[in-house]
Every structure is written in structure tokens, then in C-alpha cells.
Design a protein around this ligand. Sequence first.
Ligand code: CTP
Length: 400
Amino acid sequence: MLDGKRILLIIGGGIAAYKSLELARLIRRRGGEVRAILTKAGQEFVTPLSVGGLTHDKVYTDLFDLTAEADMGHIQLSRDADLLVVCPATADLMAKIAHGRADDMASTALLATDKPVMIVPAMNVRMWEHAATQRNLAQLIADGVSVVGPTEGSMACGEFGPGRLVEPDEIVEAIEAKLGGTQLLAGRKAIVTAGPTHEPIDPVRYIANRSSGKQGYAIAEALALLGADTHLVSGPTALGDPRGVKITRVETAREMLAATEAALPADIAICAAAVADWRADTSTNSKLKKDGSGAVPPLSLVENPDILATLSAAGPKRPQLVVGFAAETDDVIDHATAKRVRKGCDWIVANDVSPGTGIMGGDNNTVHIITDGAAEHWDPMPKAQVATKLAERVALALTS
Ligand code: CTP
């Protein structure tokens, strides 16, 4: 339920704008209050009259409308809300928010707010996949904006692919989760590992991998949003601290294991880190030098501890639910299924990280959830959405 929660709904100009009317109706039906800003382009698709009819309020359209400013200034409007929801978020609106533009009522309210922002993108598949939109999306995620969708399917423009607006009932669920209306994990403790590890060869060189940490950070934030007391143990990444999460930053696999064990006991452990399997046996405090003879230094490797397997076999300290990841390039399901058994964890989130997929380091993910004897296939979606869905699945497993 959204009892008394105040949503500022910003309606962009796209064919999916008509669904924002249903969204406004559903928010009110769940006890929430809606105020709406309709962009100039949005008015080409739905009228202020129909929006106002559903929000039971004045509809804000023009930044320079003196009557509206006197009534409720744009800054007040954005501060008075508990959450700003941009639906549909067009490519143009996403670009404006990502770049901090403020040239109309919607973009000014978004820039002036100190409240969380959620965007629900909908656009033509090529616009969605364009490098510029994906750049803007990455910036918005980095700025802490929640992204719901888009989903894949046939679109009004006749094309097929990602770009469809998520259905209004699912958007309301995302709003409820975001606003903590459903603190399904309150009182639970979660540990998440994320990012790569760096294994030194000498003081200036190290062994690493291409993991960005984005998926693990998003999972930590999603668990925290559901009320879990979340501790993120992260290898070196370029990401800022996720909101509402305790973070310990480490370099090596051994440091990651120590920090993870120190965070026990926990109810949930999600190992999303791409831990280096091996470290250099020869790590030295002096930089390795060429001796001019063309000889290369020997690089012998030793195996690192397995954090996921260690947590899975932690006896009385074992978290109730231990989830691992399997980044594979071939026979994804078979390898992940075998990995689940080998590591002793409860679930494996498997994904195909072959070079063509763009998953490693990218913003989207296509995952398969391997549980005891079953594989569930999820549609391609932004990593933030995989995180939200996974956190909800975890909550369901712990409460059922
Ligand atoms: N993992 C871990 N510690 C390690 C290696 C892996 O905690 N030293 C975890 C990862 O965080 C992930 C899972 O184990 O949740 C699987 O990682 P992956 O690299 O796919 O598995 P590996 O055991 O390294 O198997 P592979 O031979 O396929 O690399």
C-alpha cells in the first residue's frame, strides 16, 4: 500500500503516455496521492483535463505560469513529494535529466528535487539502444536514479525489442518497494560481495578482470531498500557508495574473504564478486625489472580461497540463503547447475558473459536463476531491475 505517500508523476511525450493515466489511478487506489507535471510533448498525447481528472488535482504544465507558481512553486512541488516518477521517460527526458538541463517545468522540478527519482523508460528500440541513450542511462544510474524497465516486445512503431513501458501494475509495485511500503527484509542481515579483486604481482602490477561491480552494488541497494541491514564487501571499482548500505572496500580475494567472514552472522549472502581464482605466488615489495637479456620473470600462480564455497560450508554461521553468480561463456545452464552443487550454495544466478553480450561492464543483464532442480529464465533488463527482482525473490524465499 502507498498510504499517504506523495508521488510527483512527470509525464513525458510518447505514445505510452496514456498508460500514465492508469498508473495515476492505481497509485490513488493504493492510498497514494498524485500530483502531475505534463510536459509540452506529453500534452500531444494526453490532455491536462484527463490527467487532472485522475489525479484530482491541478496539472502543472508551464514553468512560467505565474498563477501556478503562486499556487505551488516548482521547487516546492518537487520537494513536497516522497518520490518523483517519470513515466514515460522518453529519450529526450532521460538526456535532460542526465545532463542537468532545466528548461521546462519537468526538468526544473527534477533538478530542484532532493527526493528519490524513478524513471520508467519507453521509446523506440533503436533510440533505447543508441549509445547516447545508454550513456545517459549509465549516468542516471550512477546518480542514484531508479530505473524500471523497459521490457521487450512489439511496439506501437511496429518494431520489436526492448523499449516497451513496464505495465502500470508492475510500476506501482516498484514504487511501493522503493518507498519502503513493503519492507519485506526488515530485521534481516545481508552480505553482498561485488566487483573484481586485484591480486598484486609486484607493487605496480596486478592480476584483475573486467567486472565493474554494477550488478553487485545494485543488489546491495535493492536489499537495503527492502529493509535488510546490508553490508557490501567490494573489490576495487569506480562506483560510488550505494545508498543505505555499509561498505568495506578491499583489494584482494583474501581480504574479501576476511571482510566477509567478519560480517557474519547474516541471513542472506549474495556473492556477485568476480573473485580472481588465482594470485601470484611471487608477489614482491620490489618492482620487477627487465635485466636486458630478454628473459621474462616466472609468474607462478596459487589458488585463492573460494568465498562462496566457504560461506556455503560455514556450519552454524551459514547464512540461511546463499546465492552465487556464474559468469559463463559456454553451456551456461549446465555449467551453472554443476557450479551450484560444487559450491554448496542455494541458488546460482547465471549469465552469459561472452564478448558479444556486452554484459561484463555494461548496464544490462540477461540472467537465469538456478535453484534446486529448476532454471528460471529472466528477460534482458537493466542491472538495477535484475537487482530489484532478485531482492524480491530473496524476500519471498525467506518469508515463505
Ligand atoms: N567465487 C568466490 N570466490 C572465489 C571464486 C568465485 O566467492 N575465489 C564466487 C563468485 O562470487 C560467484 C561464484 O563463486 O558467485 C562463481 O564464480 P565463478 O568465477 O563463475 O566460478 P569459479 O569457481 O571461478 O569457476 P570457473 O572455473 O568457471 O571460473
